[in-house]
Structure formats: C-alpha cells, structure tokens
Design a protein around this ligand. Structure first.
Ligand code: URA
Ligand code: CA
Length: 430
C-alpha cells in the first residue's frame, strides 16, 4: 500500500477500505508516514468527508493506538460523559455524584490541560487534601464501593489522535465533522466507557455555531458509538452564554455544591438532569428518562446526592466539611463588582470573553507549566433576558490583584445589551 494512492483516492471522494485507514494510522503512529502526507490526507478528508463506516474505523484505529483502559473489574455499565467544550462548564462535578447516588458507576479519568479555568481535577483540588494519586486497584475498589472515583489521565490514551490533532491545528483541518467525532470518541473508547453521553454545545461560545452542524456532529458520534458496540446518546445544548453563573475553580465547586443541594442556577440544574437521565437509562438503572429524571430529583431533595459528593471527597483525602462550609474553599482577596455602563436587556454574553477574563485573573493555564490560582474567577449576575440598569453590577470579579482593568473591560465587552426586552433562551436544543 502507498500513502500517495490513499490520498488520491480520498481526494477523488471515494470511500477508503478499513485496511487503508489502519495503514494511515499505524504508519503515522510509527513515524513511517511523514507529516506532509498526513496533512494532505486530512485536507482531502476535510473536503470530501467520510462515510459512517470510515469514521468508525478511524475512531477504533486511534483508540487502539495506545493504552486501553480495562474497567471490567468494576460492576455494572460504566457510563462516561463528554462535553464538546463550554465556558465554566461545571456539569462533571455535579453529574458524577448525582448519578452515583442512584447507583450508576462513575470511573472518571480527567485531565488538567489548558483553558479558561482548570480541568475537573484542578477544580476538585480546591478542596483541601483532595488528591487523585490512587493506584489502579484502589480506583477500582473505590468505584465498586462508592460508585465514584476520579483519577488523573494516563499519558498514553489515543496517542494517534494527539499527534493528528496537533497537525490539524496548524493545517486548518480542525473543523471537520468526521475528524472531530472520531477524535472525541477515540479517547472515550480508550478510557474504557461501555456507554457514552455527549453534550454537544451550539452557539457563539461553541465549536459549532449552527444548529445543523451541531446536529450532524451529534449524529455522527452516536453512529460511531453504535457501530463499535458502545451505547451512545447525545444532547445539543445552548452555548450563547456561559452555563450557570460561576467561572473559576473554587467558584465552580461552590456552584456544584449548591446545585447538588437543589439551589443551583436553573440552566445548570436543567442540563445536569437531562444529561444525568440519559446516563441513568444507558446504565440500565431506569427504563425511561422520565423515571430517571424523577430518581435524580429525589436524590437532590433527600440529600443523597450531596452525601455521595462528601463520601467521594473523603475517600480521596478531601475535607468534606467544605460541602457545608464552602467558605473553607480558597477565597480571593478582592471581590470587585463590574458595573454596567448602560441600561437595557441582556441579548448575548460571549462565553469565551468571560472565560478569557477568568484566565487573565489566573484561573486557567496559558501554558502547560502555568500555576493556576484556584480562588479567582468571575461570577455573573445577569444572564440573557435579564434587565440591567446603568451602574448595576452585571458581574463580580474575584481577584488577588487590585488592578483588574483588562478583565473588567473583557466582561463589559462580552455583554450585548438591547433596548428591547429579549426572552430567555431555551437551553436544550435537541
Ligand atoms: N475536541 C477533541 O477532542 N477533538 C477535536 O477534534 C475537537 C474537539
Ligand atoms: Ca459555571
């Protein structure tokens, strides 16, 4: 087989055979195929697309390019959740204890990574004492006993995806549905999930700006899952504004605790119940989503969800008293209100601008080696549809430095106000 023939075949819009796709991924993994040929191949895929069969084969080839986690020692159907990326997305912190409280095993591998705020692990480390250094054996035991544990991500999950993603980043080939879908699914499959629930974001703050594209990405991922024997479901949710109010590590932990107690922001609560219901059904713990929804509402009301969070924190060394005393979480020195310079109704909030403001305050990593400040971030007070008066606080900056002109400007610019009354957005789009 020759790489040049495979590139040509794809360039002409023909479907590749499974052996050809394996040849590309294996060859690139072993450095036998150079970057320039893979770049040309990716551009051909970008323009010609891939069939469902090709996309599934590509996914499995990447999933099998490195370590594959074996979770078979954990009882039950392991369901993982993935979000295509939002700002201040606190859902994992809530969903994990929420579904664990109704008996769904959650064996979560999480990363740190770059971004507006830290990853799930950084957020959890805002809880004094909490750590993710548990052996594989302990991890399995913890999930079997408590239904929930979180460990740091292994360095070698789907290395072929990592290599290809770096190349896509510099060859303008990121935005291709088969490439995005296979990239996401390969990592979930390598991480050992039996079933996968996807939260595909759509809107100004998301990868997918248009509903049709979000729908196409969601169906492609569900189809991959089905073809490779993993039960998969997807939800399309709005990202025309940040989810919830808090963007920042310790601030998001507080927001997660509030939501687990039933007093969280309405949008965050709704999304967690929708995603959680799908997880519960896929795990076989309920027959219908309506039944699952009621089970989840019940554990929020009777305190079992928040209890599951405490048990999980303690089991990994964390001080679970933060759940009833959130003031014990890292607190920023200054709390500075951001006052609106005009009056009107909120029409849009550029989620990535709010995220950047949080990052500039120190909540996220700019480079791999940045040290993040767990206490800082932004808390919004106004969301789409809300009325704002001039000089009314639209947000509060939590900072350890007094001069915050640039983050403040970013927040003001992120808000679009309109003279006319706008209605609140519907969160679930499909
Ligand atoms: N996230 C991923 O993991 N891969 C993509 O290709 C895009 C977003
Ligand atoms: Ca949030």
């Amino acid at each position: 087989m020759r790489m040049v023939d495979i590139i040509e075949k794809k360039r002409e819009g023909l479907a590749l055979a499974p052996t050809e796709i394996r040849f590309v991924i294996d060859g690139y993994s072993k450095d036998e195929i150079p970057d320039y040929q893979i770049s040309a191949f990716l551009m051909a895929v970008y323009f010609q697309g891939m069939t469902a069969e090709e996309t599934a084969e590509l996914t499995m080839a990447m999933a099998e390019s490195g370590e594959q986690i074996d979770l078979s020692k954990i009882d039950g159907i392991k369901v993982d959740k993935h979000s295509t990326g939002g700002v201040g997305d606190t859902t994992t912190l809530i969903l994990a204890p929420l579904v664990a409280a109704v008996g769904v095993p959650v064996a979560k591998m999480s990363g740190r990574g770059l971004g507006h705020t830290g990853g799930t692990i950084d957020k959890l480390e805002a809880v004094p004492g909490f750590h993710v250094e548990v052996s594989e054996e302990q991890f399995i035991d913890l999930v079997n006993i408590n239904k929930l544990a979180v460990v740091g991500q292994s360095g070698n999950l789907a290395p072929a995806d990592k290599k290809i993603y770096s190349l896509r980043d510099v060859t303008a080939t990121v935005n291709s549905i088969p490439l995005i879908a296979s990239s996401i699914m390969s990592k979930k499959i390598a991480a050992g999930a039996d079933a996968i629930v996807l939260d595909v974001k759509v809107g100004s703050g998301a990868f997918m700006k248009k509903i049709e594209d979000a729908q196409a990405l969601a169906s492609t991922m569900v189809e991959i899952g089905e073809k490779v024997g993993r039960k998969t479901a997807a939800v399309i949710s709005d990202m025309n504004q940040p989810l919830g109010f808090a963007v920042g590590n310790s601030l998001e932990v507080k927001e997660a605790i509030d939501t687990l107690k039933g007093r969280g922001p309405a949008d965050l609560h709704e999304l967690c119940l929708v995603l959680g219901s799908k997880m519960v059904v896929l795990a076989g713990k309920a027959q219908t989503e309506t039944e699952a929804h009621a089970m989840l509402e019940e554990v929020i009301e009777n305190g079992k969800a928040v209890e599951a969070f405490k048990t999980f924190l303690s089991a990994q060394g964390g001080d679970s008293s933060v759940v009833d005393h959130p003031e014990k979480l890292p607190n920023a020195k200054y709390k500075i209100p951001v006052l609106s310079e005009e009056a009107g109704f909120v029409k849009g909030i550029a989620a990535d601008e709010i995220g950047t403001a949080a990052m500039l305050l120190g909540a996220g990593r700019v480079t791999k080696d940045s040290v993040i400040d767990l206490s800082v971030g932004v808390v919004l007070h106004k969301k789409i549809g809300d009325k704002v008066r001039k000089d009314e606080p639209i947000a509060t900056i939590h900072s350890n430095i007094e001069v915050i002109e640039i983050p403040k400007m970013r927040i003001l610019q992120a808000y679009t106000l309109s003279g006319e009354c706008t209605s609140a957005l519907s969160l679930i789009k499909g």
